[in-house]
Design a protein around this ligand. Structure first.
Ligand code: ADP
Length: 301
């Protein structure tokens, strides 16, 4: 098959591994920089143009759309879908996953386990908001944060109140979440492809750190998932409508809870921790599901 990896950076581990794995399985794999794609969206025969010429027809695309370019990136993915190209992650599902609150609301509606989470835009009822999610200790998160930056632990109600008010004073969008203390500074990244968890790792924060992000000095090890953890990750991916994603779980006393679903999960950490050919499994999914010229977007927007 002819397959495009939509990525801005050909030197990233994930991009390189996808190209390598696709070629190893006999596919022709091109790297296309999403931001350099342009198109006439009013043409009845949809095409994508790139570097002065029309792109050939791709049987499938693997979108690796960075959070900062979601809007344009998903428009390009949508154009490929209009051409009948199979996208491992559909444009609507990527947009959906980029809105943390919307994602949590959708997951909650489908009964997926979540930490108790609240959000508000005005600081008038801060005390009640804190009470609503069960009181301190609480985790307060900037909605726009990544890699653990903007994730703060408030040990008591008083400090929770002042942190919430400080963030709100800066007009930052935040969510207030029950602190899952029993997770012990660790979380589990489940890499889901199709309807399976193909690899999973446990990330443990550095000594004295409740955030397990590898960028913050955390370390990753192989983990064997319980049935319930596996089912939670698969359901979360399905609710979000993502064909490939990273589902981050915390092990709480009442079972696994989903913290986040990432539509551009990195391959380096998970392949190194598990020794699995995760990139190859993404192509196995494409081989099974891509039906050239027959893609219909399933998501509703
Ligand atoms: P980011 O998207 O910036 O990485 P996360 O929401 O994933 O932010 O939080 C960073 C880390 O903080 C997580 O990997 C986890 O280890 C820890 N963490 C986040 N939320 C909670 C929580 N409610 N209870 C316990 N630990 C948490």
């Amino acid at each position: 098959m002819r397959i495009a990896v939509l990525s801005r950076n050909p030197n990233l581990y994930s991009t390189k591994r996808l190209v390598e794995a696709g070629q190893a399985r006999g596919h022709q794999v091109d790297i296309i920089d999403t931001m350099l794609c342009y198109m006439d969206i009013t043409k009845s025969r949809p095409v994508v143009r790139y570097e002065g010429a029309e792109l050939p027809y791709y049987d499938a695309v693997i979108p690796r759309i960075g959070a900062s370019v979601t809007f344009y990136g998903t428009s390009v993915v949508r154009q490929f879908e209009m051409m009948g190209t199979f996208s491992v992650n559909e444009s609507v599902a990527i947009s959906r996953s980029r809105d943390k609150l919307r994602s949590l609301q959708l997951l909650a509606r489908k009964g997926v386990g979540l930490p108790r989470t609240g959000f508000a835009s005005k600081s008038t009822n801060t005390k009640d908001l804190i009470k609503t999610v069960g009181g301190a200790p609480l985790v307060i998160k900037l909605l726009e944060g990544t890699q653990g930056i903007g994730v703060v632990l408030a040990e008591n109600d008083k400090s929770a109140e002042s942190i919430i008010q400080a963030f709100m004073g800066l007009k930052a969008n935040i969510l207030v979440q029950e602190f899952i203390e029993e997770a012990g500074g660790a979380d589990i990244r489940c890499f889901v492809v199709g309807d399976k968890v193909v690899a999973a790792m446990k990330r443990q924060g550095a000594e004295g750190e409740f955030r397990s992000n590898l960028h913050r000095g955390g370390s990753a090890t192989l983990v064997k998932l319980s049935k319930e953890e596996r089912a939670t990750a698969v359901t979360a991916a399905k609710v979000m409508g993502l064909g490939m994603c990273g589902v981050d779980l915390l092990q709480s006393n009442s079972g696994p809870v989903v913290m986040e679903v990432n539509s551009t999960p990195g391959l380096e950490g998970i392949e190194n921790a598990t020794g699995k050919d995760v990139a190859g499994l993404v192509f196995a999914h494409i081989e099974k599901n891509a039906k050239p010229f027959r893609t219909k977007t399933r998501g509703k927007g």
